[in-house]
Write a protein that binds this ligand. Sequence first.
Ligand code: NAP
Length: 326
Amino acid sequence: MYVADSKRYDSMQYRRSGRSGIQLPAVSLGLWHNFGGVDNFENSRAMLRRAFDLGITHFDLANNYGPPYGSAEENFGQIFKKDFLPYRDELIISTKAGWDMWPGPYGDLGSRKYLLASLDQSLKRMGLEYVDIFYHHRPDPDTPMEESLGALDMAARSGRALYVGISAYNAKQTAEAVKILRALGTPCLIHQPKYSMFVRDPEQGLLDVLGKEGVGCIVFSPLAQGLLSDRYLKGVPADSRAARNVFLKKQDTEATMAKVQTLNEIAHARGQSLAEMAVAWVLRDPRVTSALVGTSKVSQVDDNVAALKNLKFSADELKKIDGILG
Ligand SMILES: NC(=O)c1ccc[n+]([C@@H]2O[C@H](COP(=O)([O-])OP(=O)(O)OC[C@H]3O[C@@H](n4cnc5c(N)ncnc54)[C@H](OP(=O)(O)O)[C@@H]3O)[C@@H](O)[C@H]2O)c1
């Protein structure tokens, strides 16, 4: 039987999500990869246990995480029932809908029909009565924003979700969404954008909107899916994500790897691994509430949390990093 570490709240740092009552751990765990039906169940379970023991109170899912789609939620549901049931009120569990999930016109994008049906399916797969955060996973260019966000409002009002969030909305769309949700009476708790040393789009206005509007920000892929770690310094290991993912492999060019090598040297000079520095780097901005990492091993959970030992960057370090990234 799993009994959570009694010291789990001793060293984790928590940050407030915008102007809300919710604090999130500075490092959160995402279940996009390595928690699906094709993965080792006991390894997934061990990572979730370790994360919670280290004070990671937030697990992030989506309807289509797996593969196959839905299986990460199913596995999480089983693990939740076995290990985390007594800790439900200590956890923030999120899910999302917005990408393709089932065939036909009602299983994708942003209609009220899709979003609410998907949330019901997610709750069933996870065996939960409610999620803490329900996200619209991406904006739908053909559905009025009022409809998609109205569905989030309904999710909250009906008790299926405590809070709502958005993902992949750009700065302008976010400003509009925040206004609509506020008028509906269900404020936007949080935005989930992609952000890392390699992907800096949120700096082009999104972080400003979130800061001004008091909306939290949980950034995904802070390690650029593992490129910002020592994982690929000597080639592509057989058990790595790039070995299984053609898209990631394509980015693994010589120019990118030269940058990774130099960043690795800066990290070592700071007394950190590159993965630790990558996590610390996104958290250097106080508008970032949490770094949402993925892991394939228990040791990676530990490494990523160890980033919190040094979140300070000197002006010189930041200048050097910007210089490398060009
Ligand atoms: N909203 C959205 O549209 C969206 C999109 C993508 C992701 N997300 C969320 O964000 C979460 C994280 O995304 P991500 O998995 O791409 O994040 P990431 O943290 O950038 O990449 C995770 C991968 O990096 C490697 N890694 C992690 N820690 C490491 C360490 N300490 N040392 C060496 N390598 C390490 C592992 O690769 P190996 O597997 O090769 O070991 C791991 O699978 C997802 O699970 C999901 O919840 C959201």
